[in-house]
Write a protein that binds this ligand. Structure first.
Ligand code: UDP
Length: 466
């Protein structure tokens, strides 16, 4: 526990997040980290499913504000524009009422980029705002240049442009985040990111879920440009760093994804050979088509290797039981949801076939597990580039002309990573990153120093208010 922790018992901060697993997880983990530094932490979100869980997770108190949608609305939907629009309209008013009626006086609002209006709510209450950047710093740099029109990006008339930015490797269009491409159709995300990057002056600190040693060049470039960016990650459960997770960091997945058999994963992994298992998950939002699931299954079958595979299904949907899944039943374990950070730190796991969502990736980095990158949209293509070209901890699977990962491609990647010529190199690089991640969050490490700096400044600003 940091030296400043005793003085700041009374300082309360409010975390505000959109209710998606990939946002709630890092926010809860950050919340618990701030609790360990002595702050009182409340996390406010808008999904009724969370409202019904419990009033605390670890040391973090949960609060609810309405996004204006009915209780049974499926917030894990791909209909983002409708859902984000409603949150944008109703969120600020309802969050403000919640703050006004709350018994605690908050000294700082800490939001995610998906609720950029948190900065305006903070300004109304005359308290400072911090933003948690929940993707790599690389993405922050790309969006900063894109939304402030500081560099050329691909357009309909110049679609093949390679983008070169300070601190980054050159990025071809297929390595850029999908939102900066002329083909982007998610308008609400575009507006939201525009709001974030044109209003960076409203946010006093940006806390990045990354660490100096992982993205040194870009973090240094951002620092040189005078940006208020503090890498404080990996924001991950203590278990990933070989420590006891005293506070307990995560919600176990929203209702429809919860599996009563989560523990089966770990028991099953206990019975496998060290580094033998291919772990497969596409995060909380992507629901693979039957065709894609079948192709992956064919690839896995040909490898004859054990696998642990999260195959999600929508509420009330039966477990997929078509053809080839049945054939490979004995070869591996298929689950609806896994305790992912515990899985990744299990010695039996040999590689992670991932959609490259940032939480999954930084969890894999923290656990030292090589990656097969199967990116699809948003930051994932750029995250895959970090895996293959910056950190050299894995390979990228190529999609066919229909945008699917073929069985042969899955098989090729699994073999390359598990026993190919570069497999030792991938393991060595992944192990080095794991060590660097542990050092960054340990007492006095680069991220720990930044979190202390942040807490110190929040406490000081709260004292000056009194
Ligand atoms: N996750 C999990 N079990 C699963 C699948 C995902 O615990 O079976 C967690 C994972 O550890 C990560 C989050 O859900 O913290 C997914 O976030 P990510 O950014 O990787 O992807 P998203 O869901 O946002 O696409």
């Amino acid at each position: 526990m940091g030296s400043i922790s005793k003085q700041n018992k009374q300082t309360s901060v409010l975390l505000v997040t959109v209710a998606a697993q990939g946002h709630v997880n890092p926010m809860l983990r950050l919340g618990n980290l701030l609790v360990s530094k002595g702050l009182h932490v409340t996390l406010a979100t808008h999904d009724h499913a969370l409202n019904h869980t419990s009033s605390t997770v670890g040391g973090v108190h949960l609060e609810f504000f309405s996004d204006g949608l009915p209780e049974d609305y499926n917030r894990q939907t791909m209909d983002y524009d409708y859902y984000m629009n409603s949150l944008r309209t109703h969120g600020p008013v309802n969050l403000s009422s919640m703050i006004r009626s709350h018994t605690r006086k908050f000294s700082c609002i800490i939001n995610t980029p998906f609720v950029p209006w948190g900065a305006d709510v903070a300004a109304d209450f005359r308290i400072p705002c911090a933003m948690v950047w929940i993707q790599p710093c690389t993405l922050y740099q790309i969006y900063y240049y894109y939304y402030n029109k500081l560099n050329e990006f691909p357009t309909e008339t110049n679609p093949d442009l390679t983008v070169k930015l300070p601190g980054l490797l050159p990025l071809s269009p297929e390595e850029l985040p999908s939102f900066v491409l002329p083909s982007n159709t998610f308008r609400q995300f575009d507006c939201m990111l525009q709001e974030v990057f044109q209003n960076t002056h409203k946010v006093r600190w940006v806390l990045g879920n990354s660490f100096m040693e992982l993205e040194k060049d870009v973090i240094t470039a951002m620092k040189d440009a005078g940006r208020n960016f503090l890498p404080v990650g990996p924001i991950a459960p203590a278990g990933l760093f070989g420590k006891v997770d005293e506070l307990g960091g995560d919600l176990r997945g929203f209702d429809k994804l919860k599996s009563d058999k989560e523990c089966d994963c770990l028991k099953w992994l206990d019975k496998q050979e060290p580094k033998s298992v291919v772990y497969i998950s596409f995060g909380s939002l992507i629901f693979s088509s039957d065709e894609q699931t079948e192709r992956i299954a064919r690839g896995l079958k040909n490898t004859k290797r054990p696998f642990l595979w999260v195959v999600k299904q929508a509420k009330n949907e039966k477990v997929k039981d078509f053809g080839v899944l049945e054939e490979i039943k004995e070869q591996g374990l298929i689950v609806k949801w896994s305790p992912q950070t515990a899985v990744l730190s299990h010695p039996s796991v040999g590689c992670f076939l991932s959609h490259c969502g940032w939480n999954s990736l930084i969890e894999s980095v923290s656990a030292g597990v090589p990656v097969i990158a199967c990116p699809q949209w948003t930051d994932q293509p750029t995250n895959a580039k970090l895996v293959t070209d910056a950190w050299k901890v894995g390979v990228k699977a190529n999609q066919n002309s229909d945008g699917l990962f073929d069985g042969e491609e899955v098989e090729r990647c699994v073999e390359e990573i598990m026993s190919g010529q570069r497999s030792e190199e991938f393991r060595k690089n992944a192990a080095e990153l794991k060590t660097a991640a542990c050092e960054a969050v340990a007492d006095g490490g680069s991220s720990d120093k930044n979190i202390e700096l942040f807490v110190n400044e929040v406490v000081l600003s709260s004292c000056s208010e009194i």
